[in-house]
Write a protein that binds this ligand. Sequence first.
Ligand SMILES: Cc1cc2nc3c(=O)[nH]c(=O)nc-3n(C[C@H](O)[C@H](O)[C@H](O)COP(=O)(O)OP(=O)(O)OC[C@H]3O[C@@H](n4cnc5c(N)ncnc54)[C@H](O)[C@@H]3O)c2cc1C
Length: 325
Amino acid sequence: MEFLLKLDTERNASPTGKKVAIIGGGPAGLSAAIELFRSGHGVHVYEKMPEPGGLLLFGMPEYRINKEKVRETIRKLKDLGIVFYTNKNVGNDIPLSEIIRDYDAVLIATGAWENNRLCIPGESLDGIYYALDFIIKYHLMKLGYSDINLPKLYGHVAVIGGGLTAVDACHIAQQNKVDSISLIYRRGKVHAPAGRKIIENLEASGVKVLEYTQPIEFLGELGRVKTIKAVKTKFVGDRESSRLCIVEDSVHLIPADNVLIAVGLKPSIPNNGSSFNLEIREDGRTNFENVFVAGDALLGPSYVGFALRSGKKTAELINEYLRKK
Ligand SMILES: Cc1cc2nc3c(=O)[nH]c(=O)nc-3n(C[C@H](O)[C@H](O)[C@H](O)COP(=O)(O)OP(=O)(O)OC[C@H]3O[C@@H](n4cnc5c(N)ncnc54)[C@H](O)[C@@H]3O)c2cc1C
């Protein structure tokens, strides 16, 4: 994908003397950085990972994105004069309030990396991982970060969820020598957010798809997961008012030596302690006139195209604010 390289990076304004901090170097942060740089502002990107790129580098598989092109784009942005601070987790390493104090405007583009939990008994047993954390570690390792400790998958692997994260987790599991991989989804293949076709392709590649199946408990031995207790589900009622219900007497057991949970992600807004309350508005503005939000941090889990557009659109709001300041 060369979308970022295609963005016009030509500076079309003289320096304004204004400084903008962007928190998060994923597609939303990068497209905003280009737009703000072109408008003449000084742009500093704070990134918690060892390099910027966000899920383009650490979430998406190689066959869907050219990672060397992403790195090349970022090198180009550095050469232009956009400043990147890596390994800087805003909210942990630097207080958000300090950044807000030191910059004319701040853009929060921190994505949606917070895992939804199933909230069922046994969820903290060894051998159970949140799929996005696992995927990020996998890509860090593939990209040459040798200090990463990626747990080895073995035996029966169960992936829970029906979105792209669950599908990518199955693909990673397929690269290990495992006895079986099951994809457990509480609705039908037709309802899966990843799309029916992708789920069927997964099935054709050997993954057992257990649709209309909902885990209710993880059972373990010596602190490690061994089995998933699950029930069957079905839709009840007519189209408009149909509800997903548990099928009576449908409790059954699924063997699972490793579990990857991918049941949704939430925006990961930097921790600001209890120093102030950040209220985020739909258009990317907040209750602080100089603080803005873009990308998955604003929209929830979305797609690269939407994140790029959101970054650019919010950069225009920041420009408008800085012009009036
Ligand atoms: C497994 C997976 C596969 C996907 N595949 C596709 C696909 O094939 N096609 C597609 O269009 N979309 C795909 N998506 C969705 C797409 O990756 C996202 O919608 C997009 O990356 C969002 O961009 P963003 O810039 O808002 O956030 P992100 O890409 O998530 O970037 C956020 C950045 O903020 C940084 N950050 C977070 N918190 C802090 C902090 N406190 N301080 C400093 N930095 C911080 C992160 O390290 C990261 O670099 C996929 C998502 C996942 C999870």
